[in-house]
Design a protein around this ligand. Sequence first.
Ligand SMILES: Cc1cc2nc3c(=O)[nH]c(=O)nc-3n(C[C@H](O)[C@H](O)[C@H](O)COP(=O)(O)OP(=O)(O)OC[C@H]3O[C@@H](n4cnc5c(N)ncnc54)[C@H](O)[C@@H]3O)c2cc1C
Length: 457
Amino acid sequence: MEKSKKVIIAGAGLVGSLLAIALKKRGHEVLVFEKRPDLRLESLSAGKSINLILTAKGIRTIVALGLWREVQTILSPVIGRMMHNVRGEQAFQPYGKNPSECNFSVGRADLNKLLLSEAQKAGVKIHFESSLTAIDFENKKISTTNNEMISYDLIFGTDGSGSIVRKELIKSMGEHADYKVEPLGTDYKELLMPALPNGDYAMDSKSLHIWPRGKHMLMALPNLDGSFTMTLYMPVTWFKDFEDKNKFKTYFEDNYPDTIALMPNYLEDYYCRQQGFLGIVRMKPWVYQDQLALLGDAAHAIVPFFGQGMNSGFLDIYTLLTLMDKYPDDYYKIFSEYDKEQKKNGDAIADLSLDNFVEMCERVGDEKFLFRKKVEMKIENAFPEKYRSRYGMITYTLIAYYLAKEAGVIQDQILDQVIGEVTSLEEIDLNLAEKLIDEKLIPWFHQNQISVERYLP
Ligand SMILES: Cc1cc2nc3c(=O)[nH]c(=O)nc-3n(C[C@H](O)[C@H](O)[C@H](O)COP(=O)(O)OP(=O)(O)OC[C@H]3O[C@@H](n4cnc5c(N)ncnc54)[C@H](O)[C@@H]3O)c2cc1C
């Protein structure tokens, strides 16, 4: 039986509130500080309605904490990408081998509200509108904006990409801390496509819709109420240019003509919503002695193009809990092992997400790329036990991010060889594909004890 500790969590976002539930269920005394007011008492402010894709690694943590039944009630299934070109033509690319291989779209605020309620039900104390401002590591005390000094045994920083806990950690580690913010140079704004007057969705509701336009794009995910949250990604400098309403109107009409009739308020939405920053935070280490660990965006803010920011934060929680089982009460060991394992994963998913940004912006409209995807799907369907695309490994399996990244390099070599000069699917030599998989991929899977099996809750 593990000893009960006095735990402080800074930040009651998605990761902080789920972590609070987990630690309370293990018998710890859990006190959470959250800078913002209680979400459940607020009407949603403009620009904060983001919806997210929840996938295998995130789902596993929710299941492990006994919350899957509750969370399921706020999810919408998404089975593939619908690409929209400038002529308004659509092309569907399924995510998986069949519609059961779907992703789930969930409103960030809906999920956060649910987790806050579950945390309080479990007995977690949450102080809203109260921020952590400083940490005294020597005396194991934190200060808050309410001028309190509170002692702790363990402290967790889940206070997002601008983390104060991380700043305090960096301060205490001096030159031993390695910290970098890499702005993407592309930011985003949220718009809304409302439900039709009869309540129906205005577009296919089982798809993630993408309008790829080179360095900029529009994306849409369905909400439960028949609307779509539309996210417009553009180079940072364009936001300044588009302070001129006519310029923005012309840009939008030229690039997304098929959406105009379905988004009567797109101009108002654009001008009343905030510009969201996108970038990568890289930090080393994520832990301090046997006292502190960073989780979620506080440790590894990434760009959202693999839909894994929250999922990787939930994976942080799962890894931490596994280590708490393995090394009961030994927080030096728990935190150092957590840092070793999850830092690799954090770096890998940061890199993969950047790569997917290029894919979603540029390559999804490229004929060669689309053909490569079709070939990969043909191979995946022919050898489901042996081959799963990198996207599939990240999204549907429990394979660690860094291993999925390494496997992706081997798979690229296989695809290069199988495709060669071939230009039609019928000409693809599946015997060659299997031979290469057996020679190059399977031994590597065995060596790393990897199973490509899909995780199902
Ligand atoms: C456009 C967009 C789309 C995305 N899509 C996806 C997706 O499809 N799938 C996915 O998995 N992820 C996605 N993400 C990423 C995901 O939103 C984040 O990874 C996730 O919200 C991180 O959760 P968190 O709890 O670590 O941080 P946050 O959600 O940022 O929560 C941090 C909390 O800490 C509080 N706080 C801050 N400072 C303090 C302080 N000093 N004291 C106390 N409290 C404090 C904040 O108020 C906040 O509530 C997307 C992100 C963006 C921007």
